[in-house]
Design a protein around this ligand. Structure first.
Ligand SMILES: Cc1cc2nc3c(=O)[nH]c(=O)nc-3n(C[C@H](O)[C@H](O)[C@H](O)COP(=O)(O)OP(=O)(O)OC[C@H]3O[C@@H](n4cnc5c(N)ncnc54)[C@H](O)[C@@H]3O)c2cc1C
Ligand code: SF4
Length: 526
């Protein structure tokens, strides 16, 4: 049977006139899960998504150059601070599926200690919920996405069996694994939202390696091939290329409508409940821009916290050149994992830790990363390295960034084409991240040299935006433990904006678990 995504025709989708039960802004990791869960519970749902609805067969190509910019959020933003926050392809996606069209599908959970950073280490913040409260929702998401993973995860909380067995390791993984072994660090095949066997008419992984440019075989469980078709089948309406520009509120703080532009025409949706899942920078931007005389500092900003606490993982790429071909591209990114350095550990001078994983860059991005990696990496020197592309492999990491109030999103005076002020992202790594980065450098080089690398180049970077609308108490946060904004009884926020810590692992499983939990809460409290 063909996959559900192919069986559902767009003209069969519900088209609602007048008020609906829920209006969701953004159709990425958070919005898609909410749309499916609420629609399946019988809610009338409209999702407003700024980007296009791409067709897997017609629009996705295994070509790094052709796909560039096809699903990137490319709005100009102003950046300041000591660590430039990367935008676009390596950070924000757009379109039905959001960032999950790009994502590498590494599907890790946070650990219990990540929810208690302030209580345990006296730095950063605590979450108002515990790992145990989120655990059943992680389980549900993992079953829905049919995650593949190791038979036993050596680190982290005790967990249920992964729905599918592990991916096969390829040359680049076994070489790096050898380096880990020689240094005495454990490793395992990673947890991935990628099929190893046929499921629901979707193909198993063909190891094309193009995951971050859109998976043509549908093996990668992006939202547009998993949750979105199920949401549509259950009656959700997805309005693509619908750019939200304003959230309307009355004098008492109730949200009364959302204004958006589609094909140059301004339109409006009314709903009982509104949920922002437009990713971290855009949620804060919309809330700040939707100020009124009753809410002069923006919506949900009674505590002055909207936009504050933006986080990004320390994510430096270690490019290792070997004397023989390694072919790093011949599988999905992130297939080998080590969490030996995860979490706060005795004897280190910083809180938190990181996960290691193997990865891949195709030649265009690989060239850019090499230029960033070394002074003088240009001209003939660069060409010599590029000629040896098949001999390179990439080891990356996701290092915890603490929650800092001064890392924040604000508005500039410059308007975009929709009349919305552009966002300014002020972001710096502090002492904790700088110390962690030094240790990451030491261990990364140690592992790759033990694996037999001839030369290692390090390209400094950061990954995954989180924060901006933190969860907590009414005096010091934007949303409560149920993701409802403190000032607006019918406005919720649901994505990585609400994170109070970043952990040292990719965020999407936690976003989806939070979205599943919010949908449950809304359905039960109706
Ligand atoms: C290259 C890459 C690799 C990644 N790899 C991994 C990985 O391996 N594992 C992992 O867990 N995470 C990964 N991520 C991160 C992951 O994609 C994001 O964390 C996740 O998609 C965020 O979910 P979200 O719902 O918050 O936002 P998104 O998925 O980004 O969705 C937000 C949506 O909101 C829309 N939107 C924004 N503003 C408006 C507006 N004004 N009106 C209407 N719509 C709007 C956007 O167009 C977008 O589609 C990766 C990301 C990238 C870019
Ligand atoms: S490696 Fe697998 S998941 Fe990634 S693009 Fe290829 S088939 Fe899809």
């Amino acid at each position: 049977m063909p996959p559900l995504e192919k069986r559902l025709r767009r003209e069969d989708m519900s088209h609602y006139q007048g008020p609906v039960d829920a209006c969701i802004v953004g159709c990425g990791a958070g919005g898609s899960v909410l749309a499916k869960e609420l629609a399946e519970a019988g809610w009338k749902v409209v999702v407003l998504e700024a980007g296009p609805w791409l067709d897997t067969d017609a629009d996705l190509r295994q070509d790094e150059v052709l796909m560039r910019g096809k699903f990137d959020w490319t709005d100009r933003r102003v950046s300041e601070g000591n660590e430039e926050m990367i935008q676009g392809h390596r950070r924000d996606g757009t379109g039905v599926g959001g960032g999950t069209i790009h994502y590498g599908a590494v599907a890790l959970r946070l650990w219990p200690e990540d929810f208690e950073r302030r209580s345990r280490d006296g730095v950063g913040r605590d979450w108002p919920i515990t790992y145990n409260e989120l655990e059943p929702y992680y389980d549900r998401v993992e079953r829905e996405l049919k995650l593949s993973g190791p038979l036993q995860m050596p680190w982290g909380p005790k967990r249920t069996k992964y729905p599918q067995g592990p991916h096969h390791l390829t040359a680049r993984d076994t070489i790096v694994a050898d380096g880990f072994d020689k240094c005495g660090y454990r490793w395992t095949p990673n947890a991935l939202a990628i099929l190893v066997g046929e499921h629901d008419g979707r193909s198993p992984c063909m190891n094309y390696g193009y995951c971050q440019w859109g998976c043509k075989s549908r093996a990668k469980s992006s939202m547009h091939v998993t949750y979105v078709p199920k949401a549509v089948r259950a009656g959700a309406e997805i309005r693509d290329q619908a750019r939200v520009t304003f959230i309307e509120s009355d004098t008492g703080g109730r949200i009364t409508g959302i204004t958006y532009q589609k094909a140059g025409v301004e339109q409006r949706v009314e709903a009982s409940v509104y949920i922002l899942s437009a990713f971290c920078v855009e949620n804060s931007r919309l809330l700040l821009h939707s100020a009124t005389s009753h809410f002069p500092d923006g919506l949900a900003n009674g505590a002055g916290m909207v936009g504050r606490g933006i986080m990004a993982h320390v994510a430096d790429g270690f490019f290792a050149r070997f004397s023989y071909p390694v072919h790093m591209w011949s599988t999905s990114p992130g297939t080998l994992l080590s969490q030996e350095h995860y979490g706060t550990q005795a004897g280190r001078t910083f809180a938190g830790g990181w996960s290691w994983m193997t990865s891949v860059l195709f030649p265009g991005e690989f060239g850019e990363a090499l230029v960033k990696a070394g002074a003088g990496m240009w001209g003939e020197r660069l060409m010599k390295q590029l000629e040896q592309y098949p001999n390179f492999t990439l080891l990356g990491e996701e290092g915890e960034c603490l929650w800092y109030e001064d890392n924040r999103v604000t508005l500039t005076d410059e308007l975009d084409q929709f009349g919305v002020p552009r966002a300014k992202v002020s972001f710096s790594f502090h002492e904790n991240e700088t110390r962690m980065r030094q240790e990451i450098y030491r261990v990364g080089r140690q592992v790759l040299e033990a694996a037999g690398a001839e030369e290692v180049f390090v390209s400094q970077g950061n990954d995954h935006t989180m924060g901006g609308c933190v969860m907590g108490n009414s005096g010091d946060s934007v949303v409560d433990r149920d993701l409802r904004t403190h000032q607006h009884e019918n406005l919720y926020i649901c994505d990585a904006s609400v994170f109070a810590s970043s952990g040292g692992a990719q965020p999407s499983q936690t976003i989806m678990a939070l979205a599943t939990r919010l949908a449950d809460h809304l359905v039960k409290s109706r």
